[in-house]
Design a protein around this ligand. Structure first.
Ligand SMILES: *Cc1c(COP(=O)(O)O)cnc(C)c1O
Length: 382
């Protein structure tokens, strides 16, 4: 069973906690891939944008990937290294500001490339590199919500729509079709990418392997990843980029919450001061079952509860868990692996406040880096 080696009882509840020791461990793993391959690893901001940790992230990674104007600006201002952008389409009223932040921009169609190419190449003072996102139409992801290659996906250019005669000015090829996967799936995917687009990759400066690489998971086959990257570099003489989001923050922290009440309706139900809908939306979207320290599957321990959120949404349910002792109002629960795709995706439905954001490291102990208030709610509405 996972244990935390610090006392979280005095923290605001609920709170997301990021343990910087664990983040550093992930960054070291990612950096070892960079060291052994010469590839560049970027943080995909969509998965983890907690910029108070960027001074640490910056020591290891080469920059960020953004997929909106705000992300590009955040990466430019707070990370200050390479800023890549990919968006399914860029807006006319945002593109100029976007170009002021980025050094690499990836287009999702030849239309968009044609429309913006001259603008990109005419930006003064820097040479922005252009890439195209291709869709290999191959993936082994079962959840359509997270599969960029499902039938009729809008993400990426398929081979049938690829226009080799329009590659002038294009520096890189990009694909993104993995999701929480190991390097064996990358190997299968690369085969398809090479079959379909290999002749064009030979003409490129770089190849971006996208995200979804679960590199920091204990069973990830890093040696295979390193072989794949080194082989690609040798075959095509390209720079290689990877842009994981989840892998950077995987297993680096928690969401702590408090039991507010216990009710019964055929089963015992604990109502928490957090919410699946608002604070851990992927629990409902994926769906998945987060782990809780000290809790097991229903029936595994003596006392089983359904854990419900504090909103009025009927389906705001985290899941059924069992505990060794009966739960009581005031008990603290610690959900594992909560930093990625949570604080960036959470929302204030039902007027529910957001969890505080807390960091932990050996030197400073806990630091509450952000707490939210009424105006964070009202400012988005008017
Ligand atoms: C979401 C996304 C990523 C990061 O994916 P993870 O699953 O968090 O590693 C990388 N690149 C693109 C284009 C994405 O859309």
């Amino acid at each position: 069973m996972t244990k935390i080696d610090f006392d979280n009882t005095q923290l605001p509840s609920p709170s997301y906690i990021v343990d910087e020791r664990l983040l550093k461990r992930n960054l070291e793993v990612l950096d070892s891939v960079q060291q052994r391959t010469g590839a560049s690893i970027l943080l995909t901001l969509k998965g983890f944008s907690m910029w108070s940790t960027f001074p640490l992230v910056r020591e290891y990674l080469k920059g960020v990937t953004s997929s909106s104007l705000f992300e590009a600006r955040l990466g430019f201002e707070k990370m200050g290294k390479e800023v890549h952008a990919y968006q399914p389409a860029y807006s006319d009223h945002e593109i100029d500001e976007m170009l002021s932040y980025v050094d690499h921009i990836v287009f999702n169609s030849f239309n968009q490339l044609k429309k913006f190419k001259d603008k990109v190449k005419n930006v003064k003072g820097k040479n922005i590199e252009i890439g195209l996102l291709v869709n290999p139409q191959y993936s082994e992801t079962e959840t359509a919500l997270y599969d960029p290659c499902y039938a009729h996906s809008r993400l990426g250019i398929t081979l049938a729509n690829f226009k080799p005669e329009e590659l002038d000015g294009v520096d890189g090829i990009h694909f993104h079709s993995l999701f929480e996967q190991n390097s064996d799936i990358l190997e299968h995917t690369i085969k398809v990418v090479e079959d379909k687009f290999g002749e064009y990759i030979h003409k490129m400066k770089w190849l971006n392997l996208g995200g979804g690489h679960h590199i920091t998971r204990p069973d990830y086959d890093i040696e295979k990843l390193i072989r794949i990257i080194n082989q690609l570099k040798e075959t095509y003489n390209v720079e290689v980029y990877l842009e994981p989001g989840e892998a950077i923050a995987l297993n680096t922290g928690y969401l702590t919450a408090t039991v507010l009440d216990i009710v019964t309706n055929g089963i015992e139900i604990a109502i928490l001061d957090t919410s699946a809908e608002c604070h851990m939306p992927d629990v409902l979207a994926m769906p998945y079952r987060p782990q809780i320290i000290g809790a097991g599957l229903p029936g595994e321990n003596a006392y089983t509860y359904r854990l419900g959120g504090i909103t009025c949404l009927a389906d705001d349910i985290i899941g059924d868990y069992s505990f060794e002792k009966p739960l009581q109002a005031g008990d603290k629960l610690v959900f594992l692996d909560m930093p990625h795709y949570t604080m960036i995706k959470n929302q204030m439905f039902n007027g529910l406040n957001l969890p505080s954001i807390v960091t932990f490291n050996k030197e400073d102990g806990f630091k509450v880096v952000s707490q939210f208030k009424y105006e964070d709610y009202t400012n988005r509405l008017f």
